[in-house]
Design a protein around this ligand. Structure first.
Ligand SMILES: Cc1cc2nc3c(=O)[nH]c(=O)nc-3n(C[C@H](O)[C@H](O)[C@H](O)COP(=O)(O)OP(=O)(O)OC[C@H]3O[C@@H](n4cnc5c(N)ncnc54)[C@H](O)[C@@H]3O)c2cc1C
Length: 458
């Protein structure tokens, strides 16, 4: 390792390397706090050339690398398995081009999602993927995990918004996948790379599609006495063939946590609320929101709050977006699960989640993308208490197994990382997994990046 570090010191300035063990400790985990491993060194490249050089050095020294953006992964994707070198791309933060005429932007991988949208303010365009971590997570991380968000229901996940990528392969070769335009006549290489969680190579630049802001938008917060009423209304809305831009659910525990921390005036006695948004042409939006209001009433909604101004809309969304921040004030640690089931099985699944919560004596709050059937039970615990850690792992496993049993899957958007590796053999057969390995091998034959993640070894 000392040889590797000496070599890195020849190519990188001291402020681009973290060698001191205390400083490296900051990078021992990401948002999945249950697994920790201190990296052997953390490197902050500032250009594609430096990423390429770094990959050549690591490959020559036979040391694995782990790409890292903001480290908000909730699946342990940034864990430095085998004391890998962490390559932190957050200093590659330039927005290189915004082309409104052709509706694309070219950004470096370390650009924060919200930073891109801030640069687009006033243009009438935006980058549609909006993970709740948008204030921190990077475009490179969004690409690697194929991130979704509240507006995924209508606008799709990150792969629907990536036109081209610049990628550094494990041996240091720089390749371009895709291009700048929607109409491309090559294979969909970006489609293959997006969601590969750093196991194919490192994304250094992305050309992303810009979406025109809808001319009209209507947002509601519908309050329900019970969780069941809220979930049944979700199914009613979708089966009426309306695809809202967003359809999010927060349960009572979550409402109380947000209210206690931020005091938005949320109804803390409610069983659940739905945050519903429709957008599009004003006539269509008007018709759809009127229908949705009616369906909420038929679904026994006790109150419907309407956002009458853009400020009120932002305020309604803040209730949702601050959910994770609120948890920090009520629990020392938490993990967020991410499973998907067919929407019609949501009521049953949520009842099971609450049974599991009682069984393991672990408090669980729910805030999730109900329209997608994508649940996010948040399990609260104290990481210093080993019994609680074990209970959280067991409860999580039980929830995810139920998702599979109900015809769903173990991740809607957070990815597999290290956390869900064990489920891959339940979800895919030996042939599928072998095909995955062969594809990875075409990019990364010696597992120089993303070792121990996403695809289980044979
Ligand atoms: C509060 C909170 C809310 C969240 N809400 C959502 C949500 O609504 N939707 C959602 O999808 N996710 C959500 N997440 C999960 C997480 O934010 C996303 O997965 C996000 O895309 C990760 O971006 P990042 O920059 O933090 O990447 P990191 O966490 O740093 O990395 C994530 C994975 O991508 C790889 N990687 C990172 N950068 C690169 C790169 N340039 N090239 C190759 N591989 C790379 C890493 O090795 C790792 O496997 C949330 C997380 C938190 C903490």
């Amino acid at each position: 390792m000392s040889e590797l570090i000496s070599r890195l010191q020849q190519s990188f300035r001291p402020d681009q390397l973290l060698i001191d063990p205390i400083e490296r400790m900051i990078y021992e985990a990401d948002g999945y706090l249950i697994a920790r491993q201190i990296p052997s060194v953390v490197v902050f490249p500032e250009s594609t050339g430096q990423v390429s050089e770094l990959m050549q050095i690591a490959t020559t020294h036979n040391v694995a690398v782990v790409p890292r953006g903001a480290g908000t992964s909730l699946a342990g994707g940034c864990l430095a398995i085998d004391e890998a070198v962490v390559v932190c791309l957050t200093r590659m933060q330039q927005i290189l081009e915004i082309d409104l005429e052709n509706r694309f932007a070219i950004v470096e991988a370390g650009v924060v999602n919200q930073q891109l949208n801030a640069a687009l303010t006033g243009t009438g365009f935006h980058f549609a993927p909006d993970p709740s971590s948008a204030g921190a997570s990077t475009i490179g991380g969004n690409v690697a995990t194929n991130a979704g968000g509240p507006h995924t229901l209508k606008y799709g996940v990150t792969s629907n918004h990536v036109l081209g990528l610049e990628v550094v392969l494990p041996a240091g070769e720089v390749v371009t996948l895709g291009g700048n335009h929607s109409e491309q006549f090559d294979c969909d290489w970006p489609g293959l790379f997006v969601g590969s969680e750093g196991t194919f190579g490192l994304c250094t630049k992305a050309t992303v599609r810009l979406t025109r802001a809808a001319p009209a938008v209507a947002t509601r917060l519908a309050v329900f006495a019970t969780l069941d009423d809220a979930v049944s209304t979700v199914s009613a809305i979708i089966s009426a063939a309306i695809i809202p831009a967003a359809l999010e659910l927060m349960d009572q525990g979550m409402l109380r946590a947000v209210e206690q921390r931020y005091g938005h005036g949320l109804p803390t006695d409610a069983g659940a609320v739905l945050i519903i948004e429709v957008d599009g042409l004003s006539e269509v939006t008007e018709r759809e929101i009127t229908l949705i209001d009616r369906m909420c009433e038929q679904g026994k909604s006790v109150e419907i709050r309407k956002a009458e101004t853009p400020e009120e809309r932002i305020s309604l969304w803040k209730c949702r977006k601050q959910a994770f921040g609120a948890i920090g004030s009520i629990s020392t640690s938490f993990i967020t699960q991410d499973g998907v089931v067919p929407r019609t099985r949501l009521p049953e699944l949520l009842r099971e989640v609450m049974r599991i919560s009682a069984h393991y004596n672990i408090r669980i709050l729910n805030v999730f993308h109900a329209g997608d059937g994508n649940i996010h039970p948040i399990l609260l615990f104290d990481e210093r208490n080993q019994q609680q850690v074990q209970a959280v792992l067991d409860a999580s496993r039980e929830i995810l197994e139920l998702c599979i049993d109900y015809g769903g899957t173990v991740t809607g958007e957070h990815g597999i990382g290290i956390e869900k590796l064990e489920f891959m053999t339940r979800m895919f057969n030996a042939t599928d997994l072998e095909i995955f390995r062969e594809i990875r091998s075409a990019f990364n034959p010696h597992l120089c990046t993303g070792r121990g993640k996403l695809i289980p070894s044979a």
